[in-house]
Write a protein of this length. Structure first.
Length: 131
C-alpha cells in the first residue's frame, strides 16, 4: 500500500520499518544503547533521575522547612532579621465557597513560603540534580 508521498506506510525503500531504524539510531558508536523503548513507554526521568523523586524531595523539604522555621523563630529576638528569615508569605488562591442549598464545597490553595523553606527546597533540588 502506497502512502501519500509514494512511500510504503511505515517502511522505507528496502522494506525495513522506520521504527526499527529509529531505535538503531539510538545506539552510539561504542555500542551503548541510549534507549530501546518508545517515548511513551519510558518513565518520566531527567538524566536518569526520577521526576517523582524530585516531587517527593520538594514536598519533604517544604514541610521540614516550615517546621524548622517555626521552631527557630522562637530563638531569635524580634527585629528585621527574624522577619526576613522566618516570616511567611502566603501565595495562592483564596478560598471559594459555593453553597447550593443542599450541598456546599470549598476550593482553595495557599502556600506559606519563608526564606528557610526556599533555602531547603533549593538544597533539595540541587541534591537531586547532583546525585
Amino acid at each position: 500500500m502506497e502512502g501519500r508521498f509514494g512511500h510504503g506506510r511505515g517502511k522505507d525503500e528496502s522494506g525495513h520499518s522506520r521504527k526499527r531504524d529509529f531505535i538503531k539510531g539510538l545506539i552510539l558508536a561504542n555500542g551503548v544503547v541510549i534507549s530501546s523503548l518508545p517515548m511513551r513507554a519510558r518513565p518520566p526521568t531527567a538524566g536518569g533521575r526520577s521526576i517523582g523523586l524530585l516531587v517527593i524531595a520538594v514536598l519533604v523539604a517544604g514541610v521540614s522547612g516550615s517546621v524548622v522555621s517555626y521552631f527557630l523563630a522562637g530563638l531569635f529576638p524580634f527585629g528585621p532579621v527574624r522577619d526576613f528569615f522566618f516570616k511567611s508569605v502566603a501565595i495562592g488562591v483564596p478560598t471559594l465557597t459555593v453553597n447550593l442549598g443542599f450541598a456546599s464545597f470549598t476550593v482553595g490553595l495557599c502556600l506559606s513560603v519563608s526564606t528557610v523553606v526556599v533555602l531547603l527546597v533549593g538544597l533539595a533540588v540541587y541534591l537531586w540534580y547532583k546525585f
